[in-house]
Design a protein. Structure first.
Lengths: 446, 149
């Protein structure tokens, strides 16, 4: 109770300070936040292309600007001067609205992210945060969910089959992964005893929630990739099956807005992950010990925050460079049959332990014993479920539900006969003889 | 058992903290949303500006094929007059399940904020609530409502 009052008191000061901001400061913060979103998008597109390029042993964009870093800006400007094609079958009003609906919530979520502690801007004492709402965490969750309206309406209004499919997939995807994301956040809220993002950061003074609530952290990271429609969960815009997905029929700046919304959403969920799990703007451990926490004051924390955020954004790029896209049924199975039960179960465990510790007068050893018994029971129960499935699937040709046969998983690919003649040599010979069947001749020689 | 006492204590604590929040901040609550709306306005202005300016600065060259729905170059399949067509039932099912769980989440957030004040009694209540939601979830799982093909 005492601790709760203390936290509440802190929250009040933070919210009060922010409420006393003069209008020019609020406006300045809003514009800077918006600009930050746009700049981060331009930076991310370049960074992503460069990193993925390096992962594939090629340099990536390196022509426009120093080191190629102005490539995405050039692309954006180019898009502005491209023709805008609206298909005749489109619902024009909704078609126009969709990019706007998609963009606004992405930026809205920036408002509650705490970028740093108390600082002084032009002599005005304030926090590096636009607004500290008592429901901060819900604002981010709501903004992430509303963003999908833009995608769904855009896909539907295009009047074309590919965008419609992409839009539907996106809707199902976002709502499926939002459940898991929400449960992951509930555990954090339980420990921080507050929905305000500033309080959640303050509650991590003695330890990051990523360590304390590791399963929640993992679930959040997986579902944040699903929520933002990024590889390997980028099914709404799966190029190999849906062309461009929901934005197939979009061109010019409307397409650019969808792109902007996607990248800003990535930045937002990464910033939110930092806030929830990696101690927000607090300096990481060895640095926080320097000079009695001097690195946790002033403008320094902004560096730690952005560094941690870039870490998440790098994970996004890394995943894209590493993993192939999931099939849609695999993806939905992961969401509904793995992430949702695990996150729900984990929340029950966390809430139970906390309730027993604060109220029940039970010692930690007793909790551990009960926990161990519960884990044994769960493991035994989980052994029962796969047993059944194996028996069912044993003598069945793997066929997807819609009846299309797929190759078996253990398919043996016949090995190619090895050829010793080098490519250069064979090329010269076929050139000399002028024969079109040079390849077969070489094969015969070997 | 002490359950009713604990519950009352918890409720008192919530009321007290609520009063504290109101009296100290001295705000009606809605004022604190003004910066949020400002940011929405900035983002909205940019988005609306982009959407309106794009057709003005870009070129315009008529071509019938460009105005057809894109289907990889083949003749577009016949479409309804407005929108892309009908939506598979599967997505509605997912939508229903989402609403089920979203409602559950909406109730879990207030519990999580006040978990320490409502204590064990609150946890037992929430646990019963979660079980009640989990039963339809298991039912849908067993009936194959979560299978995609």
């Amino acid at each position: 109770m005492n601790r709760m009052n203390m936290l509440l008191a802190q929250e009040q000061t933070r919210a009060e300070v922010l409420a006393d901001d003069p209008l020019w400061l609020v406006l300045l913060k809003a514009v800077v936040l918006f600009a930050f979103g746009v700049v981060m998008t331009l930076f991310m597109i370049n960074w992503e292309r460069k990193v993925v390029g390096r992962m594939q042993h090629r340099p990536g964009p390196n022509r426009n600007g120093p080191g190629g870093w102005l490539q995405s800006l050039a692309d954006g400007l180019k898009l502005a001067f491209k023709e805008e094609v609206i298909p005749t079958s489109a619902d024009r009003k909704v078609y126009w609205m969709a990019p706007v609906i998609s963009t606004i919530p992405a930026f809205t979520a920036f408002s509650v992210i705490p970028w740093g502690p108390e600082v002084s801007i032009f002599g005005e004492r304030t926090y590096l945060q636009l607004v500290d709402l008592p429901v901060g965490a819900l604002v981010v969750l709501a903004a992430a969910a509303i963003g999908v309206y833009g995608i769904v309406l855009g896909g539907w209004a295009s009047g074309s089959p590919y965008p419609l499919l992409g839009a539907l997939r996106s809707a199902a995807q976002v709502i499926s992964y939002e459940i898991a994301m929400g449960f992951a956040i509930v555990s954090v809220v339980l420990y921080a005893q507050s929905l305000s993002t500033g309080d959640i950061v303050d509650a991590q003074r003695n330890g990051w929630f990523a360590l304390l609530l590791l399963p929640s952290f993992i679930i959040y990271v997986v579902s944040m990739v699903g929520e933002t429609n990024r590889a390997p969960f980028d099914l709404p815009e799966a190029e190999s099956e849906l062309v461009g997905g929901f934005h197939t029929e979009y061109s010019s700046l409307k397409f650019a807005l969808f792109f902007l919304a996607e990248y800003v959403n990535m930045v937002v969920v990464s910033a939110f992950a930092t806030t929830l799990f990696l101690g927000g703007y607090m300096a990481p451990w060895p640095l926080s010990a320097i000079g009695d926490g001097v690195l946790n004051t002033g403008w320094w924390p902004l560096i730690w925050f952005i560094a941690k955020m870039l870490l998440f954004l790098f994970v996004y790029i890394w995943l894209r460079g590493t993993l192939p896209r999931l099939r849609y049924d695999q993806f939905m199975r992961l969401g509904w049959k793995v992430l949702v039960p695990i996150s729900l179960g984990w929340f029950v465990i966390v809430a139970g332990i906390r309730a027993i510790r604060t109220d029940g007068g039970v010692s930690t050893t007793q909790i551990l014993i009960v926990g161990a018994v519960a884990i044994v029971i769960i493991v035994l129960l989980s052994l029962l479920i796969p047993e059944k499935q194996v028996a069912e699937d044993a003598n069945k040709i793997p066929v997807t539900g819609s009846g299309y046969p797929v190759p078996p998983m253990d398919l043996q690919v016949p090995t190619k006969p090895r050829r010793k003649v080098s490519a250069g040599k064979s090329a010269t010979r076929s050139e000399l003889t002028g024969s079109t069947t040079g390849k077969e001749a070489d094969d015969g020689n070997v | 058992m002490l359950v009713p006492d604990t519950a009352r204590l918890g409720a008192d604590a919530i009321v007290a903290s609520g009063q504290l929040a109101q009296s100290e901040s001295g705000m009606t609550g809605l004022e604190s949303y003004v910066p949020l709306i400002l940011l929405i306005a900035v983002a909205g202005a940019f988005a609306v500006f982009s959407v309106t300016v794009a057709p003005l600065v870009g070129p315009r060259r008529y071509n019938k094929a460009k105005l057809d729905p894109y289907e990889c170059g083949i003749e577009p399949s016949p479409q309804p007059v407005v929108g892309g067509g009908r939506v598979p039932v599967k997505f509605y099912l997912t939508g229903m399940l989402f609403i089920l769980f979203d409602i559950e989440m909406v109730f879990l957030y207030p519990y999580a904020v006040a978990a320490d004040s409502v204590g064990l009694f609150g946890f037992v209540s929430v646990f019963i609530f979660i079980v009640a939601i989990t039963i339809p979830y298991i039912y849908e799982w067993l009936r194959g409502g979560l299978e995609w093909d």
